[in-house]
Structure formats: C-alpha cells, structure tokens
Design a protein around this ligand. Sequence first.
Ligand SMILES: [Zn+2]
Length: 383
Amino acid sequence: MKNTFLKIFLSSIALAIILFPSISISAAMITDLRFWSAPDHTRVVLDLTEPIQCESSFQEKPPQLHLELKGASLTTPKREVEVNDPFLTKISLIDLGKEKIKLVLHQKKTLNTNIYSLKPYLNKPHRLVIDLIDLAQEKKEQEERQKQKEVRPKGTKIVVVDPGHGGEDPGAVGPKKTMEKDIVLKVGEKVTHLLNQNKEIQAFLTRKGDYFIPLEERIKIAREYGADLFVSLHTDGSFNPQTRGSSVYCLSLSGATDEAARILADKENMSNVLGGAFLTPASIVKDPNLNQILLDLMQNNSMKESLRFAEYLLEDIKVLNQLKYRSYRQANFIVLKAPDIPSVLMEMAFITNREDERLLNQNEFQEKMAKSLITSIKKYFKP
Ligand SMILES: [Zn+2]
C-alpha cells in the first residue's frame, strides 16, 4: 500500500518535470548591457527577462567588483565593453556554465557600490542596476557648487537650467528616434553658454552629460548653487502625432489646474522610475531646520515669482512657436518643489510631431529657443 502510494507520488513528480520543463530551466536571460558616466559615478545596467539573484564580492588588486548572477543565461552578444571613464576601464560578462554568469567591473580605483533592481515600466524590462560612486568626487562637486554662491560678485543673479531626463530615461522619443534627453541638453548648454556672456547673470546646468539625476537631487543642486531662478527644459510627447505647440508649467500647491496638466506632471514625475533613483533624499519641505511659517512665506513668494516668469516665457516663445495653451498651467511637478527658488518647467515643442522633431534637431532652432529663454530670463530680473 505504502509502496504503491510512493510510486504514484514519484511518477507524478516525473510527470510534472516533463510537463513543465520550464520549472527546472527558467533562467533569466541577460538581453543587454549599458553604462552611463556621470561626474561622480558610473551606472551599469543589465536588461533581464526576469528578476535575478546575485552575489557580489570585491577584489582589491586590481580593483574589481565581481557579481555572480544565478539562474541566468546570456543572449546579448556583448561580452567585453570598453568604458574608459574616470572610474571604469571595462565591463566583462563571463558565462560560467550551469546557468551562472559572472559580471566583472574593472575599476580604476576603489568605489562605493549600490546594487538594486528596477521593475519593468513602459518599454523597459527588469533591470539590474549597479552604481559605482566616488564619494570624494561627489563631495568635491557639491563643494564647488556651494563655492559659486560665495564667490559671485554682488548683484549677480544665478540661473540653474535643468535638462530633463538623461541616462536610462530618454524622455519622449520622436518618430525618427530623436530623444528628449539629447535635445534638452543641447538647448540647455546653449542657454547657459549665452547667459554666461552676460556679466550680471551666471548660469549652471544640473546635468552636463547623458546620465540620470533623480528629480529631488536636481532641486538640491539648484539650492547648492544658490539659484535665483530654476528652469527645467523638456520636449512634449503625445500619442497623437498631429499635436504641436509649446507650453509652460508651474507648481501647484492645491491640485492641478486641469486633467492634462496632472497627467503631464505624473509622466514627468515617473522620470525617477525610468532613470533609476536609488535613494530618495529626504523631502526638502520637511527639513526640520526650516521654520514652517517661514517656509510658507518663501513658498508663496516663489510661487508668485514663478508665475511672473512663466508669463514672460509664454510671451517670448509664441514668437517662435505656436502655443499649446495661451496661459501657464499648474500641477504637482516634483522638480519644481524648491520652496525658496522660483521654478518653471517648459515643454519647448512636441518631439512626437514630425515637423517639431525636425525643428528640434536643427541647431538654428535650438539657438532661437535658447535666445527666447534668455530674453524671458532678462525680463524677469529687470522687469
Ligand atoms: Zn520631459
């Protein structure tokens, strides 16, 4: 009796394995490997078909981070990727057999490591992210920003221009695959370059290359510079390829002005999920060192000033491009939440419209866009 039971039991296991062979060979496929170089860190990203388990170890000489990925197989043809940025020389993927893959990060020096996974979102699959951070460099960058505040000549105004998205987060993508992150960086560079030819204004960028900065971090950077004005640059995207026009947005403390503005804010706020934000820095609004009454006063004043600047932006941009809305809209944009810095977000044009995409790619149009922004910035400081 016992024996028969055991036989049935065993045969049903065998059947289960035959019927569901994927149970024993459900290896996650590594489908791609990328890296992004920032001034203080390098981000390495693996695309996966499923979440994965990994074990990390560090080798001192030469400095290498080893990651053993279990239950994994390689489908990307990339095995050795040259990096040569300030922190890494190359990345290797080695197939150890038995569904084990070894990832080796060949470092130029000892670095801090953050390893985390990101869930699929939009067209992004499961991702394993490895951030290699140079803490000394991070501190140096921060001190250099803070120094700008101290050394600026009296009466000089500081503008921080924020090219949206970057790195893992491309932003909206045009029919010809033009990426929002690239266009906004180009326009941002032009704006800061032209503004810096002016003695009374100093301009800085939140990001200087193709890497991602969490939204809260962008505010922190602006505050370290001691910004008098913050402008976040974007290009809009729509499922309707006919949609065109520029639009301007400010923060709302009491809900969005309309449904379209709310949806746009949600979309822009998802940047942290796409770009990969490991730690969300403590909310600036909840800083215990700031008095709440004082904070409300600052926020009210910043709001008023943001709306005033938004009016100038609309006035000047309409000469260059049609407007999507004739007035500014308001919603809960994370990147506009600095209580003490007037902050505005601008969608320059629709990258998903063929004609706008063509224009956005033109150096001449980018320059005109930058000059239009500068006209508004100058009006803001000297109304
Ligand atoms: Zn955007």
